[in-house]
Design a protein around this ligand. Structure first.
Ligand code: CA
Length: 227
């Protein structure tokens, strides 16, 4: 999942960012409302964590503007103020959820996963399947032909992106921006390195890889038996 954090308190923003990164979210941070709006318009996020009191453009206006523009990215509002009126205004502005500071990081990440599940299938549990590879985003368990495959947070994020876009050609830039973040060094070969790690874990020896390289472009994830 790629998440945008819009929060002007830098320590809070980097704390949330670090914690979510450890949980396999890829995270971008905006430190005022105007920057938040710009990033939300130019990148594809799975969710936005939005503070209310922000310089330049306040959180409610950011949320309202995105909804007016037809952008349906799920929004969780963060606020220090536990006022009923604020919660109502936040939800009326188009937010999907609301969390009062201080909050536990485990609650924020659980709410982000819940938003993702609701968005995918109206609350139903979804298991991603490509060929005999299965991933359950609610537990982050990965299995191939019933065999459990342990993956690191980054490997999980990469695999989830591949499985959600199975069959599509994904450029290294698309992968980097989704799984890492927009400050990513495009000259590095980290995408290729992680693809190799993932292949070592998910592929079955003697069979074609689930991750096929497209020379000079990037990768396609698909069941080779259906290609
Ligand atoms: Ca603030």
């Amino acid at each position: 999942m790629r998440v945008l954090i819009v929060e002007d308190e830098r320590r809070m923003a980097s704390y949330i960012g670090r914690a979510l990164s450890e949980e396999a979210f890829s995270v971008d941070i905006a430190t005022d409302g105007a920057e938040g709006l710009e990033l939300a318009r130019t990148h594809e996020y799975d969710a936005i964590v939005l503070d209310l009191m922000l310089p330049k453009v306040d959180g409610l206006s950011v949320c309202r503007t995105l909804r007016c523009e037809g952008r349906q990215t799920p929004v969780i509002i963060l606020s220090a103020r536990d006022m009923l009126e604020d919660r109502v205004r936040g939800l009326d502005a188009g937010a999907d959820d609301y969390l009062v500071k201080p909050f536990a990081m485990v609650e924020l990440s659980a709410r982000l996963r819940a938003l993702q599940r609701r968005r995918q299938a109206g609350g139903a549990r979804v298991v991603l399947t490509v060929g005999d590879l299965e991933m359950d985003p609610s537990t982050r368990a990965v299995h191939r032909s019933g065999r459990a495959i342990p993956v690191t947070a980054k490997e999980y994020a990469l695999l989830e992106y591949f499985m959600r876009r199975a069959g599509a050609v994904l450029t290294r830039t698309m992968i980097a921006e989704h799984v890492w973040d927009f400050t990513f060094d495009h000259a590095s070969n980290v995408v290729d390195v992680y693809v190799k790690h993932l292949r070592d874990k998910i592929d079955v020896s003697g069979e074609p890889s689930l991750i096929q390289a497209i020379r000079g472009v990037g990768y396609v994830f698909r069941d080779p038996r259906q290609a």
